[in-house]
Design a binder for this molecule. Structure first.
Ligand SMILES: [Zn+2]
Length: 509
């Protein structure tokens, strides 16, 4: 099997994460678990972006060093991801030593290739964006995203010859259909490139917080150039050639739709200049809004992931945000919708299905996994439906269409519930049709297995409980996916262990 290296964007460290940040990390965790199930050797990197002017100013205001300030903020991120059952391999901080070496190494390569020159820069700068803005972008002198007054900066900077790479990047996008996804984001990027790329400033006269340019220590590297480089740092660019050779290029960068210019234009141009392979795919997801407005700590308009996990558990939080976020669009969070999904999907559809099947097996089959009975009972459409839904799920998962993949698995949940109503096992029991009854329950148990495997990347806790209760002891993350295509693998005659209520119904509070 192959390798799969995936990354999330690294978050600004100056405010604890909200549910919008959590979406991206859950998304990555789901894909990471799925890739492991497919037998791939994965590496999942997330982290924080520390070298910002905001950090520098906030630390100064608190009279501590910027590094101390960051040290104080990092635990909030790690705790949030842990509470959501997110299992990464590397949590990178842009103050990590291997990253600093990696940024310097990359910048030196770009410099050596003749793509960096010194010039005067002046322009409007938004401290929250950490980016220069065009005069035409400003609304009454303010950044339209942050509603914050832009600052006029003027200084000697080093520039990167981004303009040199327009054709090459366009060519790459044309030849690699998946390089920028979804399609709508690709079109935006193509239009930006076609309208002409300008060289960009990549350094600032030093304010004492940031990575020094290797060829001019008097200047610090622009925070975005620094941040983007984390993807190769984590893969071992400066510290471990063997690892880098194995992991790079990244298979997937998961980012928000507002930072595609950095990831689909500037980043590939930097890599091209340094002679490093380009990542295979960028998936730019939509935003999570609250009451129709973008979630933001500064505007006090956000949901804390902790609140969801504490009231409903990590599975429910993961399920909801993945199910509700469309592939190419935004989602609006409401607690009403959360509880509706929780009660109808998790408590009713899945929770009841599982407990009904296990209770019937207990009552009608001596609490053992029954045999299929007559051979012809094996093929009743259930297996066919399960395999079809699995194929569909796999196609969607491979394309990062997580919400649709989840919906596809859910069709099987719905099918299984209907299968119970149609076959009425309680009637078969009353009329003494034991062989038929065994077949029906065996099909249900096999179906429940397939469902649980498909749902594992999304709701690992509940899925594992169900699987253990029906005798599946396999490590789900060790190439378990082929299990979805075997109808009849459950250990016949072995005891069933009921798993208790997976998702207790809740009244919203
Ligand atoms: Zn801004």
């Amino acid at each position: 099997m192959g390798k799969f290296y995936l990354t999330t964007a690294i978050d600004y460290v100056n405010a604890p994460p909200h549910l919008g940040h959590a979406y991206e990390k859950v998304c990555a965790d789901v894909i990471n678990r799925y890739q492991k199930m497919k037998g791939n050797d994965t590496f999942f990197c997330t982290g924080v972006d520390e070298h910002s002017l905001n950090v520098y100013r906030q630390a100064k205001a608190k009279n501590i060093s910027p590094k101390q300030y960051c040290d104080g903020m990092v635990p909030a991120f790690k705790q949030a991801w842990e509470s959501l059952n997110i299992k990464y391999d590397r949590f990178i901080r842009t103050t990590d030593n291997d990253h600093i070496l990696s940024v310097k190494k990359l910048l030196q390569k770009i410099y050596d290739s003749g793509d960096i020159y010194k010039d005067k820069y002046q322009g409007w700068y938004c401290v929250s964006c950490e980016a220069y803005l065009q005069e035409s972008d400003l609304v009454e002198g303010k950044c339209p995203v942050h509603n914050r007054k832009a600052e006029w900066l003027e200084e000697d900077n080093y520039f990167f010859r981004l303009s040199r790479y327009s054709e090459k990047i366009l060519e790459h996008i044309n030849e690699h259909a998946d390089f920028v996804t979804p399609e709508i984001r690709k079109n935006e990027i193509v239009n930006i490139i076609k309208s002409g790329l300008q060289d960009i400033s990549i350094s600032r006269a030093s304010e004492g917080w940031g990575i020094e340019l290797p060829f001019d220590p008097g200047q610090t590297i622009y925070v975005w150039i620094d941040a983007l480089t984390n993807y190769i740092s984590a893969a071992g660019f400066s510290a471990d050639d063997l690892k880098f050779g194995k992991l790079w290029p990244a298979d997937l960068h998961i980012i928000g739709k507002d930072i595609t210019r950095f990831h689909c234009i500037i980043w590939p141009a930097m890599l091209l200049s340094a002679g490093i392979k380009l990542p295979l795919r960028v998936y730019a997801h939509g935003f999570m809004t609250l009451e129709g407005k973008k979630m933001s700590k500064t505007d006090n308009n956000f949901v804390d992931p902790k609140n969801i996990v504490e009231t409903a558990g990590s599975d429910a939080a993961r399920y909801f945000i993945i199910r509700e976020m469309p592939y190419a669009d935004d989602m609006d969070f409401t607690w009403d919708r959360f509880w509706l999904r929780y009660n109808t999907h998790l408590a009713n559809d899945l929770g009841n299905l599982s407990s009904r099947i296990l209770s019937m097996a207990e009552k009608y089959c001596k609490n053992l996994i029954p045999a299929f009975g007559k051979e012809q009972d094996k093929d009743n459409g259930f297996q066919k439906t399960a395999f079809e839904r699995t194929d569909n799920y796999q196609r969607l998962m491979d394309d990062c269409q997580l919400s649709s993949a989840l919906a596809s698995a859910w069709e099987l949940v719905t099918f299984a519930n209907k299968y119970i109503e149609v076959n009425q096992p309680w009637k078969l029991y009353k009329t003494g049709q034991q062989e038929k009854l065994d077949s029906v329950l065996r099909n249900l148990l096999e179906g429940l297995k397939v469902i649980s495997v498909l749902l594992y990347p999304f709701i690992p806790v509940a899925s594992e409980k169900i699987l253990r209760s029906i005798g599946v002891e396999k490590d789900m993350e060790a190439g378990s996916f082929p299990e979805t295509k075997i109808w009849g693998s459950l250990p016949e005659g072995s005891k069933i262990h009921k798993s208790g209520i997976l998702f207790p119904r809740k009244e919203k509070d």
